[in-house]
Design a binder for this molecule. Structure first.
Ligand code: ADP
Ligand code: MG
Length: 339
């Protein structure tokens, strides 16, 4: 178990923390935008950067005062940071003499056919797999990965994401996986910690995090782009820009100002004969096709905020939305989440 307690690291213009995180033998993804402090967090855990306060313990042993080489923590970088002019195998075996585990790793990571190649001739995905094998060859007690897939093309990225997940589940050590990509985080992790401006906003399983964001930042960063201000007016009602809508408001006091969110895939197109407080007529102001889905922005009469919705190509075609300027949308009550 990796445990960070009140961990603080600061540079002149940036402060990370205080961070309190516990990582069991699981994969914790740390998800946040560029500059949020992800690399600083990993560097502090690895001991490359000194903490200003707090403690890091691994399996009960305090690491805080130990130099990086005495922490039994492996760190994999975005670019792999392989030794150039060496073969894949020389890289993998560089820091260790053991063999049995390395042979298994080479097989798991499908590196058998490229062991003799100079690492400079390998593709980005192959290099990352070599870097991972090299890190794991030392049998670390914890594994830290800093955006290992960020430099790869989308198809390789997708494949490696699933391979990593399989590898990780077999490792049984704490793994911290840093990424700015919510899909990477969702596929490889057991839990996700969302970080912004050096602070952890929320730690949850991916489904919890997506359904129940606790801050507006978590909502928007996980694709919950519809975040609106409203007031609780009854135990199942919100007042939103002058209109009463149905929403699960149970845990909030009447009269409280809140924000609510609804994911774009949970906004639907309502048939013209349906009348419901959560149905609104609006103008389509943006209509963007993104391969597997259509993304629409709809400007409602009563509200200045556009509502975004995502539709499958099948629904989009069935409703003949390519030709339409107006439509009626429904905010599905059960998917409205109050932040
Ligand atoms: P991320 O990995 O999430 O992109 P970083 O941890 O690299 O973020 O950086 C967080 C902030 O700290 C940024 O504002 C960055 O400019 C700053 N920073 C990072 N490293 C240093 C450093 N060695 N000295 C001063 N500021 C730094
Ligand atoms: Mg970084």
């Amino acid at each position: 178990m990796l445990k960070l307690t009140d961990l603080v690291t600061s540079y002149d213009a940036f402060e990370l923390g205080p961070i309190d995180l516990t990582v069991e033998n699981e994969v914790l993804a740390v998800l946040g935008p560029s500059g949020s402090g992800k690399t600083t967090l990993l560097s502090t855990i690895a001991g490359i950067v000194d903490a200003d306060g707090g403690t890091t313990t691994l399996n009960g042993t305090e690491l805080t005062e130990r130099p990086p080489e005495d922490r039994d923590v492996a760190l994999v970088f975005q670019d792999g940071a392989l030794f150039p002019h060496m073969t894949a195998e020389e890289n993998i075996r560089y820091a260790t003499t053991g063999t049995a585990r390395i042979d298994a790793l080479i097989e798991t990571l499908e590196l058998t056919g490229m062991l003799d190649r100079n690492v400079e001739t390998l593709s980005g995905g192959e290099r990352q797999r070599v870097a991972l094998a090299r890190s794991l060859a030392t049998e670390p007690d914890a594994l830290l990965l800093d955006e290992p897939l960020a430099n790869l093309d989308a198809p390789i990225r997708r494949r490696l994401r699933h391979e990593l997940w399989e590898l990780f589940t077999s490792l049984d050590i704490p793994i911290v996986y840093v990424t700015h990509d919510q899909r990477d985080a969702t596929v490889v992790s057991d839990r996700i910690a969302v970080i912004h401006d050096g602070k952890v906003h929320q730690v949850d399983t991916p489904p919890e995090l997506f359904a129940n964001p606790e801050t507006p930042f978590v909502a928007s960063f996980t694709g919950n782009v519809n975040v609106f201000r409203a007031r609780v007016t009854d135990h199942d009602r919100l007042k939103w820009s002058g209109r009463q809508i149905h929403a699960p408001t149970d845990e909030h006091d009447i009269g409280q100002d809140v924000r609510f969110c609804i994911r774009p895939e949970h906004v639907s197109v309502a048939p013209s004969d349906v009348d419901h407080p959560n149905v609104f007529r609006g103008m389509i102001t943006k209509n963007i096709y993104q391969g597997s889905s259509h993304h629409l922005s709809v400007q409602l009469k009563h509200s200045t905020d556009p509502v975004r919705l995502t539709l499958s190509p099948r629904t989009y075609d069935r409703l003949e939305l390519a030709e339409r300027e107006q439509l009626r949308i429904k905010l599905n009550t059960n998917y409205i989440h109050i932040i």
